[in-house]
Design a protein around this ligand. Sequence first.
Ligand code: PRP
Ligand code: URA
Length: 210
Amino acid sequence: MGKVFVCDHPLIQHKLTYIRDKNTKTKDFRELVDEVSSLMAYEITRNVALEQVEVETPVTKTTCHIVSGSNKLGLIPILRAGLGMVDGMLKLMPTAEVGHIGLYRDPQTLQPVEYYVKLPTDPTQRELIVIDPMLATGGSAIAAIDLLKKRQCTRIKLMCLIAAPEGVAAVQKAHPDIDIYVAAVDEYLNDHGYIVPGLGDAGDRLYGTN
Ligand code: PRP
Ligand code: URA
């Protein structure tokens, strides 16, 4: 079974509180999501492979470590809200390629509808991080991971800001091999499929729509 990592660093939890606050305006919301994404990128890359290199400091030659060149990363935001997390992650992993999966949740059926797919080059050779602020029913994340697996991608992680227990359980059932990184697992999903307490509609709050 894939693990669930709750990124409980105090700075992440502090910023998440302001992200949740309905009085936080679009500009601040966007900046906070960007910052939390950088902090979560730090956690999700904890096990990235290193390789040894020789470096000459002003004092002497020494052996140090850099991220292995064979460790190619791909970020896969689920449009549209996942886009809000991309720049924050790229700050820490600037050479990652970014693919996009366009899905929206049908408001009646809550089922994900696919409208766009463009993956990084050589996706099967990369570690792929699917990113989306919200894991509600899990339908969107499961559809995105299905799509990657159908294209023979095997090294996949899922990163979200807030998850509902229902969404975590659904992803674990559909994709028991996937590790999930979240800043919080909330209480439950309401009748409209919104996470409670959650943060509302992530896409609308990022882009000022409603
Ligand atoms: C939201 C969110 C996730 C999805 C989560 O996107 O960003 O993609 O809902 O819900 P689920 O786990 O039940 O599938 P939405 O469909 O509102 O589209 P948007 O990002 O374009 O606003
Ligand atoms: N999508 C969101 O943006 N928010 C939720 O709470 C659930 C799905």
